[in-house]
Structures are given as structure tokens and as C-alpha cells.
Design a protein around this ligand. Structure first.
Ligand code: ZN
Length: 142
């Protein structure tokens, strides 16, 4: 699969806190090993108890569009041939307090709306800065 955004567009820098989210091919949410707090995006410390020990919690991958934007003017020349595209903030159905940003792939931007159901899909990308293969969580309309 070619990337939704151009190959030159920046990729996330992978670290031990976000590696599960960007490489596992599962929708992994950070769960504090001390107090059980769920948080996203992945951070170095728990937002509730400041513990730095985490385990992963796999979400089902179904969600609802909480908000979205459609850039019509490219914020970078790299994106000039890609606009318009959809960036959605998705509330997870099984953890509604958790919201995950991603592109909505293969969707007519005029057909995207708040409240629509989406399902996670993983965009396979070779990271030229490491040996890693990324599996970027993205969204598709249900
Ligand atoms: Zn905690």
C-alpha cells in the first residue's frame, strides 16, 4: 500500500513508550501499571500518578469521529498534491475517554461527518531512518 500522505512526509519518532502504538499492528493504548489509568498519546509518565511503568491495553479498533478537519490548502509544499485530505479525532467505542488522531483513508472528504463510525486500519510504512517497519494506525469509514 502506498502511503496516504506523501512518502516525504514526516514519520513518528519511535521510542519505548510509543513503539507498541506505531509498530504492533494492534490499537494499543498506554495503561499505567501502577494505577490502571489509560492515556493516549503515549507519554513518559502517567498523568494520574506519575508512574513511568506501563503495560499495553488493546482497544477493539472501532470508534466514532469526535471531530475532524479537512485541509484544503497544503500546510507544506510536500502535501500540495494530496489536499484535500481528512484528519480525524476518533473516540474509541470501548474507551470513549481516549481519542486517537489519524487520517480517514479512502473517504470522500465531503462524506465525512462527526458521529460517523470508523474502524482502525494499519498503514504499512518502511521507516528510512531505522530498520523498523511501521504500522501506522489510520481510520476507515464503516
Ligand atoms: Zn498511574
Amino acid at each position: 500500500m502506498s502511503r496516504y500522505l506523501p512518502a516525504e512526509w514526516a514519520l513518528p519518532a519511535i521510542d519505548k513508550f510509543n513503539a507498541d502504538f506505531f509498530t504492533s499492528g494492534r490499537l494499543m493504548i498506554q495503561e499505567c501499571a501502577s494505577c490502571g489509568h489509560l492515556q493516549h498519546p503515549p507519554e513518559e509518565a502517567c498523568g494520574e500518578c506519575q508512574s513511568m511503568e506501563f503495560k499495553g491495553r488493546e482497544a477493539s479498533g472501532s470508534g466514532t469521529i469526535y471531530s475532524y478537519i479537512i485541509p484544503h490548502h497544503a500546510p507544506s509544499p510536500i502535501l500540495a498534491d494530496r489536499v484535500p485530505y481528512v484528519i480525524a479525532l476518533v473516540s474509541l467505542d470501548d474507551y470513549p475517554q481516549i481519542r486517537v488522531i489519524g487520517n480517514v483513508l479512502n473517504a470522500d472528504p465531503d462524506k465525512v461527518a462527526i458521529g460517523q463510525k470508523v474502524r482502525v486500519t494499519f498503514e504499512k510504512v518502511d521507516d528510512p531512518h531505522s530498520e523498523a517497519e511501521l504500522l501506522l494506525p489510520q481510520w476507515e469509514l464503516v
